[in-house]
Design a protein around this ligand. Structure first.
Ligand code: ZN
Ligand code: ZN
Length: 586
């Protein structure tokens, strides 16, 4: 190749680099995926200054001979990806061949690689191969990318945003570790360890390495299948929910995908168990014959279409709902510091870096695995079922007082409980009324004074259109004048004094934008009415009434959270009480 030709190619690489390699993250991704393609069992990524100063990737994969090594840095030399199908047959991670020359064009690259015991050393500066020689590497590939973007104006932009860059890289490495539990991943930045997995194939251990022991202890194994799909993975107890969306990881045939609709199904299954703005920690693997999926890939994101999508969604929804029902327990007050789980979690460093404040200590997994009593054996579904079912039942509780007209203090032989009187009553009414709303026949009571409701013209028309929805739940509206209605009766279960409020609220829900879905509408209605027509915080109730709230709560299908996902009850076992007062030592 003549010098002139090399210069041209180099220029082309530099231009292309702007598109393919925009940031340190792209470099890490490319190199790590090369390592995976090379069948590595260990992949170590060491960054200096989030990768701006240096990205080093060390693996123990199959390596390259001298010719391959040189070719790897030439454009279009190694387009491994032949068809899109290859991607999901998992031989290759795609998009090879473009990125390496681009990376080399904007940095100083040092490569050591070994094939059949013969080591090769390569130094490429700004896209120009400066040195090719032998080296004594035994196995695998070590690649060091330094001074990234040193010869382009892009560099400045990144120097300002090191923390954000590290966040993206860490998130990516976490997802790779979850995708490949059989590979040992290590990530450091300026010698600080951010991730270290064992690579022994145990997904729960990967979750432990990423999220720490508290989360790993609170994960439930998920396994289910239908004719076309096999789903597996782990879902967290509701109290482990995080504010970051990043904690939901979905894999298809072992590859991370992003699909908002699947995320929504997962959140739906957690509906009423966790607050709206929170997300459960979920690692969901979907195994499917590649024939049943259609993949559309861009370098930045991946779009995937499933055939029999409705069946898949139902499978996921049912599997998660079933496990949650089996596993739900009362949150126990933390003896350590008496805060609720939500607060404890908020004070932990967020692995996914959703907060913008720079933190040095990003992930704390310092507790050695041997010190905690925690079994990483994959629990079979039966184990969980039997063990938890026993604990799920709430024993009868006896109220002994009410704090701030809001929290019922109760006791039984097992310990002491704090119950949020509104949340508890709300949960009971929500479940009861949802059942009522679902009935076909509705007993009605006449209003003493018929209710006249007036609406702006557009709302009026919409209400008329959706009149049958109201009729279906026992509210008959009659047109009355130009844009008003008369309501003469209502379902008997409406709380006295709240009839007008209830009807108006329901009509508001009917008027909500979006496609009408019956089950969602009934759910919203039950939750809204339960919130408005239940005992409230600051309502005075007697101990007898408190007892009824407690007894009602025990009959609920999910007594542990209100319909908005807040806890109804916090438990202090006798042992925990004794520990708090130092009557017992550990
Ligand atoms: Zn409420
Ligand atoms: Zn609530």
């Amino acid at each position: 190749m003549s010098n002139i030709k090399v210069m041209d190619e180099n220029l082309a690489n530099k231009i292309a680099a702007g598109e393919v390699v925009e940031r340190c993250f792209n470099v890490v991704k490319e190199l790590v995926e090369n390592s995976i393609d090379a069948s590595s069992k260990t992949i170590e990524v060491n960054l200096l200054d989030s990768g701006v100063k240096e990205v080093a990737v060390l693996d123990d994969g199959i390596g390259m001979d001298r010719e391959d090594a040189k070719l790897a840095f030439q454009r279009h030399a190694t387009s491994k990806l032949k068809t899109l199908d290859d991607l999901f047959h998992l031989d290759s991670l795609g998009f090879r061949g473009e990125a390496l020359p681009s990376i080399a064009a904007v940095s100083l690259v040092e490569l050591k690689t070994s094939k059949n015991g013969v080591g090769t050393y390569l130094r490429i500066n700004g896209g120009v191969i400066e040195e090719v020689s032998s080296c004594d590497l035994e196995q695998g590939t070590t690649i060091r990318v330094q001074k990234l973007f040193y010869n382009t104006p892009v560099r400045l932009k990144y120097l300002k945003n090191l923390y954000a860059e590290l966040a993206v890289i860490t998130d990516y490495m976490n997802k790779m570790a979850l995708s490949y539990p059989n590979i040992q991943f290590k990530l450091t930045n300026n010698d600080k360890e951010l991730l270290h997995t064992q690579g022994d194939g145990n997904l729960l251990k990967v979750i432990y390495a990423i999220y720490g022991v508290d989360v790993a202890k609170k994960m439930i194994a998920l396994n289910d299948q239908d004719d076309d799909y096999v789903i597996s993975g782990y879902i967290s107890y509701p109290e482990m929910a995080r504010s970051s969306r990043n904690v939901i990881t979905t894999l298809v045939n072992g590859r991370v995908i992003k699909n908002n609709e699947l995320n929504r199904v997962i959140l739906d299954a957690y509906h009423t168990y966790i607050p709206k703005d929170r997300n459960p920690i979920v690692v969901l693997n979907i195994d499917v014959d590649p024939i049943l999926i259609d993949i559309n890939i861009h370098p930045q994101k991946m779009d995937i279409k499933f055939s029999k999508f409705e069946e898949l969604k139902e499978l996921i929804y049912q599997a998660i709902s079933k496990e949650l029902k089996k596993a739900l327990l009362i949150p126990h007050a933390s003896v350590r510091d008496m805060r609720t789980y939500y607060e404890i979690e908020d004070s932990l460093p967020d692995v996914s870096f959703s907060s913008s404040s720079p933190k040095e200590d990003v992930i704390t997994t310092t507790e050695p695995i041997t010190e905690i009593q925690f079994n990483f054996e994959e629990t079979t579904q039966n184990d969980i079922g039997e063990e938890k079912e026993e604990e799920t039942r709430i024993k009868e509780m006896f109220p002994i007082g009410i704090v701030h007209k809001t929290y019922i203090i109760a006791e039984n032989d097992d310990g002491m409980y704090l119950i949020d009187q509104h949340a508890a009553a709300e949960r009971y009414n929500y479940e009861k009324w949802l059942e009522k709303l679902r009935e076909d026949h509705h007993e009605q009571t006449d209003l003493l004074v018929p209710l006249r409701l007036e609406y702006p013209k557009d709302d009026y028309i919409k209400i008329l259109e959706r009149k049958d929805i109201l009729k279906d739940i026992g509210i008959d509206i009659e047109e009355f004048g130009e844009h008003s209605f008369i309501v003469r009766s209502h379902p008997t279960w409406f709380k006295e004094g709240y009839e007008k409020d209830a009807i108006q609220k329901i009509i508001e829900i009917v008027l909500e934008k979006g496609e009408f879905q019956k089950e969602k509408f009934l759910d919203r209605t039950a939750a809204t009415l339960a919130c408005r027509m239940s005992i409230k915080a600051n309502d005075y109730i007697s101990l007898e009434e408190a007892k009824k709230v407690l007894d009602d709560l025990r009959t609920c299908e999910n007594p542990f959270t209100c319909p908005h996902g807040r806890p109804t009850i916090i438990a202090y076992s006798n042992y925990e009480l004794e520990k708090m007062f130092k009557r017992v030592m550990d």
